[in-house]
Write a protein that binds this ligand. Structure first.
Ligand SMILES: Nc1ncnc2c1ncn2[C@@H]1O[C@H](COP(=O)(O)OP(=O)(O)O)[C@@H](O)[C@H]1O
Ligand SMILES: [Mg+2]
Length: 227
């Protein structure tokens, strides 16, 4: 179970302070495919970063099961994050000059997975996204769709409980976007919670639950499985 209660975040800039996320409370059951939608600037990415342990809330808390993410020290939290949470971003953030295999190896080294265990897990993750045949290829020569599949493999290689994806299909054409949506759905079917930010109505409709943000607040929260 992922829960957040009364989550808010303030930023200050030259023109004053803004609160891109205000008093957001959510409970997400394990194995749910949840999408977050809303206009640009409505606070989606800020919310996702707080839920994923990447950004300290100004107010409120985030819990994954028993663990309270922001009651941990920063070291504890980054340790917890790399074992429990996977991230997929629109802009990939892959090491372009490294091979596909090496990109996955990096996150396993960060999670302190032993040499002996790495190879099997990396190959298994690449197999799941259909990229095992490109494991020794440098990322820079891959297409966008292939890069995003590598990102998903990297996000799942440490077998996290929760996957966060911030507009993963935003830079892809329709076919490749659909392939990414299928992979995310498969992760859910294996019991992971998947939280997806999307601008695409059709992609949101394919998820179990749609949370709509407006000006940093939850405007609606629709359970798709009952409608
Ligand atoms: N680090 C930051 N400093 C100042 N303002 C920020 C920062 N991050 C986001 N914002 C502002 O918060 C608002 C919401 O941003 P964001 O969460 O990225 O929205 P969305 O993902 O829905 O487009 C925007 O007005 C954005 O400019
Ligand atoms: Mg965003």
């Amino acid at each position: 179970m992922l829960t957040c209660s009364h989550l808010s975040r303030r930023f200050e800039d030259a023109s004053g302070e803004i609160w891109p996320v205000q008093d957001v409370s959510l409970t997400v059951k394990d194995g749910t495919f949840l999408s977050v939608v809303g206009r640009s600037g409505s606070g989606k990415s800020t919310l996702l970063k707080m839920l994923g342990g990447l950004l300290m809330p100004t107010e409120g808390e985030v819990r994954i099961g028993e663990a309270s993410l922001y009651e941990m020290t920063e070291d504890e939290r980054s340790d917890y994050r790399c074992k429990t949470i996977g991230f997929v971003f629109q802009d990939f953030f892959l090491e372009e000059l490294y091979t596909v295999y090496q990109n996955l190896e990096i996150v396993m080294m960060i999670a302190k997975v032993s040499d002996a265990e790495r190879k099997g897990k990396i190959e298994q993750a690449l197999e799941q996204v259909g990229m095992l045949h490109k494991k020794d290829t440098k990322v820079k020569v891959l297409s966008g769709g292939e890069k995003q599949r590598v990102c998903i493999a990297r996000a799942i290689v440490n077998e996290p409980q929760i996957l966060f994806a911030d507009e993963p299909c935003g830079n892809l054409d329709y076919e490749n976007g659909q392939a990414i949506m299928r992979l995310l759905r498969e992760q859910c079917e294996q019991g992971k919670t998947v939280i997806l930010i999307t601008h695409n109505r059709e992609d949101a409709m394919a998820t179990d639950r749609i949370v709509t943000l407006q000006d940093g607040r939850i405007e609606s929260d629709e359970d798709q499985r009952h409608s």
